[in-house]
Design a protein around this ligand. Sequence first.
Ligand code: FE2
Ligand code: FE2
Length: 198
Amino acid sequence: MTPTEILRHEHQIILKVLNRVEQIAAPEAPVDPAELAEIVDFIRTFADRCHHGKEENQLFALMAERGFSFDFGPLAVMMAEHDQGRAFVRAVALELEKGDGAPDVSIVKENLAAYAGLLRGHIAKEDTILYPMADTTFSPEDQQALLEAFERVESEMGEGTHEKYHALADRLAADCPARPEHDPIAAGGIHACPSFCH
Ligand SMILES: [Fe+2]
Ligand SMILES: [Fe+2]
């Protein structure tokens, strides 16, 4: 597997959990604080620390070394979207941390829906635009160095961590209807703007 193939595979795992997140965000759906805590843990550990960590500290960093800017353009947009996602998840986590076992359901649903919408668009942009850009930029030596860096991230996460979160994603999404492979256009991620100007 190439580094971007690894990241695309991680997207598929994240998308499974987004299916469940969207179910919970529906107006009449019940909200179970215990399940919500598992979703927050998945997003913070797998989606953010592991996946976004590989992107920000390895993939994007190497793209920056090869001439892309962190101050504008695709990397700046991707970094801003990671931060926006963290803010939505923080809002959900704050409701869970109130300690009374009764999170404000409307705040939870609003932020879950916003997170899922943001991430679907974000993933579509990376899969269809950013990763192909990276692949045409990197040399074979760059690709090998990235693979080794990704392996270091996995070992820092701890043995079995990746598998644990794969299993959690499967469990969370077990009752979700299967969705076709995401459609980046339908997801609102890309229009006629391949330069990430919005
Ligand atoms: Fe990303
Ligand atoms: Fe990603």
